[in-house]
Design a binder for this molecule. Structure first.
Ligand SMILES: C[S@@+](CC[C@H](N)C(=O)[O-])C[C@H]1O[C@@H](n2cnc3c(N)ncnc32)[C@H](O)[C@@H]1O
Length: 230
């Protein structure tokens, strides 16, 4: 879609490009495939959030919590779902390329009058949750840092597969990566007024091997709920 105005190599075989449609990640090995963008107006995410909001396991897991910190926002799909259900969501994303894609998607969606009310409930910072100094507390903290290993189904979802490739490259040589996930749950429990919700692949174990208070299980993913002690 349009000629790229700028291109930045941001990984092995991956380029970040800006063209008339906005920012997109391009797989240099598959130059004919459309770039991966954050498209909040794309059909799939809209269907997901309009059809049956109350039946979404993520929303069931959050209950009536209103202020949510999405500590690992990624491409913002879950955050958009939460905002569609009326929640105010602060998103953190530590990877600068993912953050840039997400910021660009928010900017474009904010210009769409149908989406603007939802987008107004979303805010974004580029930060690592583990270093972030929260200003204020949140009813709930949502954790979806990255499934420990690729799910079979995820292979079909181009955005997530590509994201994983980018993040795996970024993680190479970062010694903190292994322990990072285990630090997230205690950090989140210290910050959440009411609950922490952790997304896991359905068949995967609990985060930190810690048993949740309850869970909502779907075909592919499970939402584990940890109630805050206070
Ligand atoms: C599985 S994706 C999240 C997908 C997201 N739930 C969605 O719906 O699009 C995980 C993201 O979390 C980010 N991440 C992982 N650990 C993080 C941390 N400690 N702080 C901030 N972002 C983090 C990664 O860079 C990645 O983009």
């Amino acid at each position: 879609m349009g000629h790229p105005l700028h291109g930045l190599r941001c990984g092995d075989g991956i380029e970040l490009r800006f063209d008339v449609a906005g920012l997109g990640l391009v797989d240099l090995g598959e130059p004919k495939t459309a770039p991966v963008r954050v498209e909040f107006s794309a059909g799939a995410i809209q269907r997901r959030s309009r059809d049956s909001l109350r039946r979404q396991n993520l929303l069931r897991a959050l209950g009536d919590c209103e202020a949510v910190l999405d500590a690992a926002a990624g491409l913002g799909r879950d955050a958009f779902l939460m905002a569609s259900a009326g929640k105010r969501v602060m998103m953190l994303e530590r990877h600068f390329v993912v953050h840039a894609l997400l910021a660009d998607g928010l900017r474009r969606a904010g210009e769409d009058s149908d989406l603007a009310p939802i987008i107004s409930r979303l805010s974004l910072e580029q930060a690592d949750f583990l270093d972030w100094q929260a200003r204020g507390r949140f009813d709930a903290v949502y954790l979806d840092p990255m499934f420990p290993k690729p799910e079979k189904r995820a292979r079909g979802k181009k955005g997530m597969v590509f994201l994983r490739r980018l993040l795996n490259q970024a993680a190479e040589g970062r010694s903190r990566e292994d322990s990072a996930e285990s630090e997230m749950l205690p950090g989140a429990l210290g910050m959440a007024r009411r609950r922490v919700v952790v997304k896991r692949p359905s068949r995967e174990g609990w985060m930190n091997e810690r048993r949740p208070d309850f869970s909502y299980r779907g075909r592919l993913s499970r939402f584990d709920v940890y109630l805050a002690a206070n």
